[in-house]
Design a protein around this ligand. Structure first.
Ligand code: MG
Length: 445
């Protein structure tokens, strides 16, 4: 089955990890931990698992603070381990579980990391939202798991580190993000013959609008994605097109291709999930419904196939597929992402943190929609000015040579890298909050 793996020997692309081991591929049922099971991706994953119940053994589930939702999932799947954000949520969760079911409940960042590295599970679905997902992904990678990766921020913030750990621990990455999953399926077995990758973008709710229109859009308008039902953060990222910016960085790390080889096309119907261009100029595309259960099933069941019988795609009902060049002037986040890649990880971390904080402020009414890109840009400019050439210093190559006996040393190096990332992440968020407060004051004066 490894011929399905995009192992690009001698090609312009180099996939982030080797394929999962033969032993992992044979494991039945597949032992699985889900980080972020109550979010949109987690719920869709459990729907896939429910539809293939005999194929999976759920070992662990986790949430932030939604004890009620996690209790319902845990009652249904009975995993022996759960993880939540804090002790109060753990206590609430304990009260909601049925009599006689007493799983271990882990808490906080260490709890998520412990869940991600449990020896009882070979597969980890990393589906926490935003920067908070980094620690879990790194823990799973260090533990040599097969990671179904839905948390794109892990690669945006620490793509080089993830690649290096994978090469030492034989952890494997399967991409859940629909665009990267589509590309994975298109390039399988064709590594040497790829010229470029094309990420499609729906354009979000403001496709075709100009900057003046965007000045006055509301929270509700921005949250109203035309094609996908997703969490609030990714819906806003989709409206600003920062989601596609983050996905350019994600593709850069997953497929080891220069940013100049990754193009973006706006495709409002969200039927073509992305494309790979071959050297002769022909294009391979993956088309399907806008339903996250499809890429999730592809990863969770890889290299086997999902249960047959899913609703197909009726192209006659769609009638028309259109593609447009993105409007980089109205949606500057795409260019911010390309700048961040050129200057490597330091700036990617700043961009991601500043954007997350600005989106949070926008959702709380603390800044306008167009401020999101402006605040992010300002944070990146400040970082460039204050820390010239410091980008690479945030994620230097790990020094530890291979071999399991070196695992402790590798873990220590990864912890150091993580604390550098967290420091820059926090500083960037604080800067955005201050600047937004100042701007807000200036506007009301
Ligand atoms: Mg996506």
């Amino acid at each position: 089955m490894t011929e399905l793996w995009p192992d690009f020997e001698g090609a312009t692309l180099s996939y982030i990890s080797r394929p999962p081991s033969e032993a992992w591929q044979r494991e039945r049922p597949r032992s699985l931990v889900i980080l972020g099971s109550t979010g949109s991706i987690g719920r869709n994953a459990l729907a896939v698992i429910e539809a293939h119940r005999a194929e999976f053994r759920v070992v662990g589930l986790s949430c932030g603070g939604n004890a009620l939702a996690l209790a319902a999932q845990a009652t249904q799947f009975r995993p022996p381990f759960l993880a939540v954000a804090d002790d109060a949520t753990a206590a609430a969760l304990r009260r909601l579980l049925p009599m006689g079911y007493t799983p271990a409940i882990l808490t906080g960042g260490d709890g998520y990391a412990q869940l991600a590295s449990l020896p009882e599970a070979a597969t980890v679905l990393s589906a926490q939202a935003g920067a908070a997902g980094l620690a879990g992904t790194l823990a799973a990678t260090l533990a040599g798991k097969v990671i179904c990766l839905a948390n794109k921020e892990s690669l945006v913030m620490a793509g080089d580190t993830v690649r290096e750990i994978c090469s030492r621990t034989n952890a494997a990455i399967l991409p859940v993000d629909s665009e990267h999953n589509a590309i994975f399926q298109c390039v399988a077995g064709r590594g040497q013959n790829i010229r470029s990758l094309v990420l499609t973008a729906s354009g979000g709710p403001f496709f075709g609008k100009n900057s003046e229109y965007l000045r006055h859009v509301t929270r509700e308008q921005a949250l109203n994605h035309p094609n996908w039902r997703m969490g609030a953060k990714i819906s806003i990222d989709s409206a600003t097109m920062m989601n596609k910016g983050l996905e350019i960085v994600e593709a850069f790390h997953l497929y080891g291709i220069p940013a100049s080889g990754i193009r973006v096309l706006v495709h409002p119907q969200s039927v073509v999930h992305s494309l790979a261009e071959l050297n002769d100029g022909t294009l391979l595309a993956l088309m399907g419904a806008a339903d996250m259960r499809l890429p999730l099933a592809h990863c969770l069941l890889w290299p086997r196939c999902a249960r047959p019988g899913a609703a197909g795609l009726d192209l006659t009902a769609i009638e028309r597929l259109t593609f447009h060049a993105p409007d980089a002037k109205t949606f500057p986040c795409l260019d911010l992402a390309r700048q961040a890649i050129e200057e490597r990880n330091g700036l990617c971390i700043v961009m991601n943190a500043a954007n997350e904080e600005a989106v949070r402020l926008f959702l709380e009414g603390g800044c306008s929609f167009v401020d999101i890109a402006q605040l992010t840009d300002a944070a990146m400019k400040k970082h460039r000015k204050n820390c010239p050439g410091e980008g690479a210093a945030y994620c230097p190559p790990l020094r530890t040579a291979g071999g399991p006996e070196k695992h402790t040393e590798l873990a220590r190096e990864v912890r150091e890298a993580t604390s550098r990332i967290e420091h820059l992440d926090l500083a960037s968020r604080a800067f955005v909050r201050e600047l937004a407060k100042f701007n807000h004051g200036a506007k009301t004066c």
